[in-house]
Ligand binder design. Sequence first.
Ligand code: HEC
Ligand code: HEC
Ligand code: HEC
Ligand code: HEC
Ligand code: HEC
Ligand code: HEC
Length: 462
Amino acid sequence: MHGTSVGKFYAWFTALGLLVGVLVGLGYYRDEYRPWKDYQRRFIREEIRRASTPDQRLLAQSTPVQVRQILLPELNRVDRCTTCHLAVEDPSYGGYPQPLAYHPLHDQHPFDKFGCTVCHRGQGRATNIEDAHGHVPHWDEPMLPQKYIQASCGQCHEASDNPAAPELARGSELFETVGCRGCHKLAGVGGNIGPELDRVGARRSPDWLRQHFITPAAVTPDSGMPPQKFTDTDIDAIVLFMLSQTGAELPGFYASMKVIPSASEGRRLFQQKGCLGCHSMGGQGGKVGPALDDVGLRRTPEWMMQHFRDPQTVSPGSVMPRFGFTEAEARALTDFLVHLRDQKVGLGILGLMGPVDRGRGIFSKYGCAGCHGPEGKGGVPNANAKTAQQVPALTYVADGYTKAELKGIIFKGQREILPLDPHRPAPPLYMPAWGSTIKDAEADDLVAYLFSLKPKGEDLGF
Ligand code: HEC
Ligand code: HEC
Ligand code: HEC
Ligand code: HEC
Ligand code: HEC
Ligand code: HEC
């Protein structure tokens, strides 16, 4: 009896020992065969193959197989993507299959300072593909599909003015011109009919957004948002612009180049800083300093940069103030002046336009077109509204109202919209009150613009 019990004990012991052995073996096997190790060995083999001197070969052979990471304390990130994406910095790996390919266009964003996930999203610490690319349930920042990668630029750079991200700029332009602000606030400006959009890029996926723009009601039942009549590329652009609105506040250095210097940024500064007080352009403006139309032919960009830093250093005794521009601002202004000739700089662009043109800008700035259609031509559905189940067009407001009455309507708004059928739900869209948003002078220009919408010559028949 005694013997049997010891035998049983030994049998169990042996079984347990075997089990542990198998588990250790399995663990070792899985560890050895992690895909990232494969990629690193492949990379090392390639480096050895390319070595042309014994020293290079030795160096390649002694490359350790290990997890690689970029520490980004300021961004509170650790990115291990380079554990697999090993050759991102080596141009001779251009065109290699992923993950061993060279990364194009990174001079301005060195990887040791930027890492990867600040642009691509994904899970920086992970070392297997699905987790790293973030296509896993518990990770709410999946990698951006490549076609939307320009969304990332908008976190750090002004979207409207990044020459290296044209699709993002297009999205921003659409947002400002088709009237989204009529119903949505972004950065504090806009209406209240739809939700604020400041963080929508962190809240919604690319697929959701795309579907929502094509048919809002397909993802939000009974949505009051009108379907957008965009081309396919414009839908991508607006989705991209939405994805860029993550609400992320990037620290210090990363936020240091909000505006990328460009001619159009220079034009904005030119208007804002009152250069026309002393200089003229197209015959308009002051005469204290020389006319600037042809300054690009007289002065080199280097001279202008130095002149903006400190006019005295190149024009002793000049009365032109030292504005204290940053280098980026000086570059933008120089760009603007150098390219003046190829830009068709109409007077309008310089802010010398009349009330109707200014009013058109205000109509666009506050998104009136989102409800009243482009140029106030109407056509935006408003289910169960008495006026043709649409938001009214504004083409003939000049016939129905005085300028003062129109200003009153715009300031006060109109919350109660008469329903066609009182038993059905109230119309979703109403006229917001703009009194706290639109300044008095802006309203005068807006009204001048609304009056101008009436087609010319239509009074002749009366
Ligand atoms: C375990 C290895 C591994 C890690 C870690 C890894 N990747 Fe990859 N990555 C790959 C492989 C393999 C491919 C090509 C096949 C594929 O797309 O799945 C790839 C493809 C990509 C692509 C191209 C995708 C496309 O749609 O064309 C991007 C972008 C990318 N990785 C970014 C990242 C970023 C950012 C990280 C870090 C958060 C990362 N990767 C971490 C292995 C890895
Ligand atoms: C400043 C933003 C930025 C950073 C930082 C960045 N990328 Fe990229 N990445 C891009 C852009 C933009 C592209 C597309 C380039 C193109 O299409 O020419 C790209 C392309 C890629 C591709 C190729 C995708 C394809 O379709 O073949 C991979 C892989 C990739 N990045 C991985 C990484 C890894 C890994 C890191 C970190 C070491 C990184 N990226 C850092 C912006 C960035
Ligand atoms: C995390 C913030 C961040 C992101 C994301 C980012 N950038 Fe930048 N970018 C910077 C900073 C900071 C600089 C200035 C670098 C320097 O001064 O060394 C810069 C410089 C640039 C420049 C050079 C500007 C000049 O004229 O000197 C260009 C162009 C640019 N970025 C385009 C892009 C594009 C395109 C993307 C998206 C693919 C992008 N950036 C994403 C922060 C960012
Ligand atoms: C006539 C009013 C109106 C206009 C114009 C309008 N929206 Fe909306 N939008 C809404 C309403 C109402 C909702 C909430 C219901 C829904 O999700 O569809 C909404 C929802 C959204 C959402 C989802 C937000 C979230 O957090 O779920 C996004 C994104 C959005 N709109 C973007 C836009 C963009 C971009 C434009 C311009 C192209 C635009 N909207 C024009 C009324 C409008
Ligand atoms: C969220 C949708 C929405 C936005 C944005 C909006 N409106 Fe309206 N607006 C309406 C509706 C609905 C009416 C109809 C009110 C009624 O039936 O009493 C209206 C009525 C008007 C009227 C009176 C028209 C008439 O024939 O009686 C004027 C003028 C007007 N809006 C101007 C503007 C201007 C200017 C803006 C931009 C600052 C603007 N609206 C933005 C929805 C909107
Ligand atoms: C208080 C008046 C004053 C203001 C404001 C002013 N300037 Fe000047 N600027 C001058 C005078 C005077 C000169 C000629 C002396 C000199 O070269 O500094 C001049 C010269 C220049 C020149 C060189 C022209 C040439 O043909 O040599 C440029 C370029 C210029 N200014 C650009 C600007 C810009 C851009 C602004 C706005 C940011 C501006 N100035 C604002 C007075 C002014």
